[in-house]
Design a protein around this ligand. Structure first.
Ligand code: FCB
Length: 487
């Protein structure tokens, strides 16, 4: 395909010149640049899986329907002052009722996979105990609809909507009881859905819900724990992941694959020289010590434990074995880089803060560093030998103001995606085993504490009418998928 397009463009130019010559005419003067053939699109490996992603609380709505009970995010978003403009996920995109149309949006894009999350409080309303059949009915309908449209379901078990009942009864992830309840829930979902859902992610982004929810306090449940209790919470989260992997293996149908979707900090060398690349590798293990590193290595790094001192987490050898249960694949959510340089300090690296002028997208935290999409998967493959990698989220917010014709011409999002995908292609052509990419997000949705102010979708959502309109970036993504290439 790549060669054909170039040859065809080239032949057309050459053909026009030949016609002019045969009739003794001078070829028409060319506009500057016209004679340059289109660049070869950079292609992805055959069978590369293109998808989109969402999460339950961000899109479903129907918060009190069919037996769903509150999650910590219902409680948090209904607490005055916690979200922009007091926004909640009560209705969100009403995906619970509009999912069939949303599957058609995906079909029109040509995606072959959809990453969604299952709302724990919908299927096990109190976090443990009695399952809710109507909750499972919804996911059965959704999965069947996806499969009928030739779209593979990739399900995340925990995208931050912890049943409020567990928060009240045991203190949420501060308690090992939540790790155990999560495993019970994971086993139950595996039993009910793995006949059709062949890829399951345990937890989405430890690095976000634990840090922002239990230390910084700007996400549910809104706590600011002291170091010791906080490190123990981190430990219970990775333990919950490990116990869930075991429960899924014990309950799932054959050929069900298990992984996670982590926003590991992506250490990008400031310059791609040997010394800075070495520093980025060392930094990757250390800055991800409480999550990805312990999951991969079954051990907290010495520096992490020494640095935490008396506040280090308490754990048993069995915990570490569970946490490092082998995975079938690893998913990473990648938005932004952390730059790292070599240093002569004992750690052998230093992080480099973004200068004030560093460009970012509409969300102030979203610094534009396309190389993150190269280095993230490369570090996974290089440091831990990961054999199957998915980019489980990547995308950006943009101001997204509809033009007079009602369309959103989000050229900045296209610029972002084009540059990031070019770096992802570079990783695949280096032989890094990235199998698929899930664009965040299929459509604008409830962006946590930012409410509905930051839009990440490639479909614009008018929340008053629930109308979805493809943005220009949806056209771009459709082309990328059709050609399996960055254009
Ligand atoms: C990620 C979250 C996802 C969404 C994007 C923008 O951290 O996993 O739910 O909010 O950021």
């Amino acid at each position: 395909m790549a060669g054909k397009i170039t040859r065809r463009t080239f032949a057309q130019t050459a053909g026009a010149a030949a016609v002019g010559a045969a009739f003794g005419r001078r070829p028409a003067p060319r506009t500057r640049g016209e004679s340059i053939a289109a660049a070869d699109p950079v292609t992805f490996p055959r069978g590369f899986l293109w998808g989109t992603a969402t999460a339950a609380y961000q899109v479903e709505g129907a918060a009190a329907e069919d037996g769903r009970r509150p999650s910590v995010w219902d409680t948090f978003s209904h607490t005055p002052g916690k979200t922009a403009n007091g926004a909640t996920g009560d209705v969100a995109n009403n995906h619970y009722h509009l999912y069939e149309g949303d599957v058609q949006l995906m079909k029109a894009l040509g995606v072959k996979a959809y990453r969604f999350s299952i709302a724990w409080p919908r299927v096990l309303p109190d976090g443990d105990g009695q399952p809710n059949p109507k909750g499972f009915d919804f996911y059965n309908r959704l999965v069947d609809e996806l499969l009928a449209n030739d779209i593979q379901p990739f399900a995340t078990l925990y995208h931050w909507d912890l049943p409020q009942s567990l928060q009240v009864r045991v203190g949420g992830w501060e308690s090992r009881e939540t790790s155990k309840a999560f495993a019970e829930y994971a086993g139950l979902v595996a039993k009910r859905l793995s006949d059709r859902v062949k890829h399951i992610f345990t937890i989405n982004e430890f690095g976000a819900f634990v840090e922002l929810g239990y230390r910084v306090g700007i996400h549910a449940p809104g706590l600011q724990l002291p170091a010791g209790r906080f490190n123990q919470t981190r430990h219970h989260a990775v333990l919950g992941h490990g116990l869930a992997v075991q429960a899924i293996r014990a309950n799932a149908a054959a050929n069900t694959k298990v992984g996670l979707a982590e926003n590991m900090t992506i250490c990008v060398p400031v310059i791609e020289s040997k010394e800075h690349v070495g520093a980025a590798v060392r930094a990757t293990r250390e800055v991800n010590a409480p999550y990805m590193t312990v999951i991969q290595e079954g051990k907290y790094t010495d520096a992490y434990l020494a640095n935490a001192g008396a506040a280090a987490p308490k754990f048993t050898p069995e915990d570490l074995t569970a946490i490092s249960s082998p995975l079938d694949f690893v998913g990473i959510n990648i938005y932004t880089p952390m730059y790292v340089r070599a240093d002569s300090n004992p750690l052998g690296y230093a992080t480099v803060p973004h200068p004030g002028s560093f460009p970012h997208m509409a969300s102030p935290w979203l610094f534009i560093g396309p190389e993150a999409l190269y280095w993230g998967p490369r570090h996974l493959a290089n440091i831990w030998g990961t054999k199957e990698i998915y980019i489980t989220e990547n995308g950006c917010s943009s101001s997204d103001i509809p033009a007079g014709d009602g369309r959103v011409y989000d050229t900045d999002r296209i610029m972002y995606l084009r540059n990031y995908l070019t770096q992802l292609q570079r990783a695949t052509s280096d032989g890094v085993p990235v199998r698929g990419y899930f664009l965040w997000s299929l459509m604008d949705n409830f962006e946590w504490a930012d409410g509905y102010t930051n839009r990440f979708g490639i479909h614009y959502v008018d929340y008053a009418t629930q109308k979805r309109t493809p943005k220009l970036s949806a056209d771009f993504y459709r082309e990328v998928i059709a050609r399996n290439a960055v254009l």
